[in-house]
Ligand binder design. Sequence first.
Ligand code: NAP
Length: 326
Amino acid sequence: MKYVKLGKTGEIVSEMCMGTMMFGDRCDEAESDRILGAAMERGVNFVDTAAMYVQGRTEEILGRILKGRRRELFIATKVHKGVDRQSILESIDESLARLQIDFVDMYMIHWPRVGMQPKEIMGALNEVVTQGKARYVGCCNFPAWLYAHSNAIAECNDWPTLICNQVPYNLIERGVEVEILPQAVAEQVAITTYRPLVMGLLAGKYAVGQPLPANSRGQTDARIPAWLDKYGESIKSFAQFAADHGVHPAQLAISWVRHSPAVTAPIVGASSLIQLQATVAAFDFDLTDQEYTELSDLFDTAVKEEAGGQFPAFRRDLNLLGQALG
Ligand SMILES: NC(=O)c1ccc[n+]([C@@H]2O[C@H](COP(=O)([O-])OP(=O)(O)OC[C@H]3O[C@@H](n4cnc5c(N)ncnc54)[C@H](OP(=O)(O)O)[C@@H]3O)[C@@H](O)[C@H]2O)c1
């Protein structure tokens, strides 16, 4: 396991972040315990959860299985209620009670919402940090402009700034390459990426024209059959690429995400210990630049530069890192 800097902070975390969304959902408490234990044995010290997972049950399970392990872990959770001040302050207390800990390492806004007030949000996150209930604050699914806007407000008020943006990123969902990943490189934003396997679609068990595997998320999440329909041929070539290189497709999918210099830590989800054992190996497997390009080219999913490369949002090569922002 490699260890990486978490954005601008001095924190060092494992490159693999353990996603817990399936804890209490597709795996019971005992299996969740085994998954967390196995991940930690492989060097994982970064855990992602959220108040909304299984209506708080995931955090409750973590509260029990974290016992004796808390000190070794960097734990992130997310606001569940609204994003007004009162909801944020109530939500952190509820999460800490379920997790049975005094503070989380990072507290995140889960989704931007219509009518949200960035100043109120950043002020409430400041209170959470000042009260010692979180060490750092972050967000998920924020467009780059909103991230910068929220941090400008925080800086003007001497409040803690967001240090991490958690976004979906995989061979099919590549929209973050336009603004969010270049911003991350220029401003040292920690980027944790979710859905590296497209919810299992790139884990080698789905094939176009075949029935959806029994007891899989494809049975309940309509995006999986829809994407299988749309990208079936690419997924077939992807599986062949994995076979040709002697690696598990899940390993290949995560290695592709890891290859981006803007990505701090892919968040790996598992519904069983066996799955985790296959995916964790992705962190010991590096793609060459050529393999990365070949894999990318299997999917027609890169955001296109419709204006012949002139549209400024597509300038990914400005190399601002290290330049004074003042
Ligand atoms: N901030 C946000 O808005 C947000 C949103 C979503 C997720 N997240 C975070 O990101 C984490 C990962 O998300 P995700 O679960 O959607 O990611 P994912 O890695 O794309 O999908 C995980 C799923 O892939 C399948 N799988 C995993 N390993 C496998 C293997 N070795 N062989 C075969 N199938 C395998 C399992 O599905 P089956 O159960 O079907 O087998 C598993 O539940 C979550 O746990 C959560 O912490 C955050």
